[in-house]
Structure formats: structure tokens, C-alpha cells
Design a protein around this ligand. Structure first.
Ligand code: DC
Length: 242
């Protein structure tokens, strides 16, 4: 690979199963940028609420989610998520967290807290050795980084997204059939798009990219072309250290 590097922020939003995480990580690796998985932060906050034995929609869940000590790594080669110092990367992908995360992420003060933290992380990556970052989530282009030079909203049909989520779950040994994957994807879409605070929706200036007919490399090619078009890709010396 050459010495192409990303400068600035790429905001990648969209519902579950659009291939967001895979392409966000790969894009960040290819362009020697940082990577931030904001969904992992909402998931870790949700795990804190569940471990406290609280109802995720109840007001009592708010201080626990807001007070959770969450650390996320920004190296796309090894993303990490810690809750109170414990590695929870695998536990936050399980069914228990997945079905409760929309309720926890609908609390405005939980969002406020995590959005502040996300902005802080983005700022520190941009000020460090990597001058670019790919940030994935639901409200990156609308709320977290409204000034991002490139905002992409990934979509795909609910059936294709459920298929992708289902195979991802089976690969991770979480089982589950296609029909229930479809129901779960549709339920989470409805909750994430219907909430009052920062609902899932494309930013007005986002490029909408439908991935129904595209594989991962097709999506990456499209994203790299968009990033280059916006002047976000620097061509450094070959072999220049990241
Ligand atoms: O991307 P994911 O499936 O890991 O996200 C988990 C949930 O977190 C998703 O259902 C909604 C919420 N979320 C959010 O509200 N805002 C974000 N920026 C990222 C995720």
C-alpha cells in the first residue's frame, strides 16, 4: 500500500448491518487514520446498567450509564473497549446488551456525556500522530462532528442487513436464525430512528451510499474516492512512518 493518509474527520453513520464497522476500520487502516466506534461506548454504558440490575429505560439507569468509566482504543488494528478497566469487547456484542442498548442511548444526558467524550477523543487523535480519524455511529454527521468534511450515511435493505448481522453473530458463536435477526434489526431501527434526542437520520450534507448490492471492497472503493474528492487524502513519501 502507498503512503496515502487521511487528514480530518470522516463521519460514517447508518443503521446496523450496513457494513459500517468493517469498512470504517479498514478505511482507517488503509489511510493510517484513527478509528472510533461510538456504538461500543453506548454498549459499554448499557452493560454497566445491566450489571447494576437496572431497567435500561428507567431514570435510575442514567447516573450509572453517565458514571461508567469507559475507555475505547482508536487504533483500527486492535479496537478495544474497557469498562472500569475490564475488557468487555466480547460481552458488549451479546444479545443482552444488543436488546437494551437503544433504551440506554435514548437518555439525553447519557448522549450528552458520551458525545463530549467522543469529541474529546477525536480532538486528541487529530492532535496526535495520526491526522485523520474515521468515526462511526448514528449521529456523527449530525451532532458529534457536524463540521466533518466527509459525511457518509450507509444504508442497505433490512433483509440484507439482517443477513449480515446474522452471519456476524454466527461467526462469533452467538447463534440465532435469520428470522429473529430481521426482527431484531427492524426493532432497533425503529427505536434508534424514533427517539427524541439525535435520532438516526442522515445529515443534510451526507452522501447516501446504498450497500445492498456492494461488497466490502466495493464500499471501500467508493469511500476512498469520496475522501480523495474532498481533498482528505494526503500523498506522503512512500514508506513514511505513520
Ligand atoms: O453500531 P452499534 O450497533 O454497535 O450501536 C449500538 C447502539 O448504540 C445503536 O443501536 C444505537 C446506539 N448508538 C447511538 O445511539 N449513537 C451512536 N453514535 C452510536 C450508537
Amino acid at each position: 500500500m502507498g503512503a496515502e493518509r487521511l487528514r480530518g474527520v470522516v463521519a460514517l453513520d447508518g443503521p446496523s448491518g450496513t457494513g459500517k464497522s468493517t469498512v470504517a476500520r479498514r478505511l482507517a487502516r488503509q489511510l493510517k487514520a484513527g478509528y472510533l466506534d461510538t456504538g461500543a461506548m453506548y454498549r459499554a454504558a448499557t452493560l454497566a446498567v445491566l450489571r447494576a440490575g437496572l431497567d435500561p429505560s428507567a431514570a435510575a439507569a442514567i447516573p450509572v450509564a453517565v458514571g461508567a468509566v469507559i475507555e475505547v482504543g482508536t487504533d483500527p488494528a486492535e479496537p478495544s473497549v474497557r469498562l472500569g478497566g475490564e475488557d468487555v469487547a466480547s460481552e458488549i456484542r451479546g444479545e443482552r446488551v444488543t436488546s437494551a442498548v437503544s433504551a440506554v442511548s435514548a437518555h439525553p444526558s447519557v448522549r450528552e456525556r458520551l458525545v463530549d467524550e467522543q469529541r474529546r477523543i477525536i480532538g486528541s487523535v487529530l492532535a496526535g500522530d495520526r491526522h485523520g480519524i474515521v468515526v462511526e455511529g448514528r449521529d456523527i454527521g449530525t451532532v458529534v462532528a457536524p463540521d466533518a468534511t466527509l459525511k457518509v450515511y450507509l444504508t442497505a435493505s433490512a433483509e440484507v442487513r439482517a443477513n449480515r448481522r446474522g452471519s456476524q453473530d454466527r461467526r462469533a458463536g452467538r447463534g440465532g436464525d435469520q428470522a429473529s435477526a430481521l426482527v431484531a434489526v427492524q426493532r432497533r431501527d425503529a427505536l434508534d430512528s424514533g427517539r427524541a434526542t439525535s435520532p438516526l437520520r442522515p445529515a443534510e450534507d451526507a452522501v447516501i451510499l446504498d450497500t445492498t448490492e456492494l461488497d466490502v471492497s466495493g464500499v471501500l472503493t467508493a469511500l476512498r474516492a469520496l475522501a480523495a474528492e474532498r481533498g482528505l487524502v494526503e500523498h506522503g513519501q512512500r514508506g513514511h512512518a505513520p
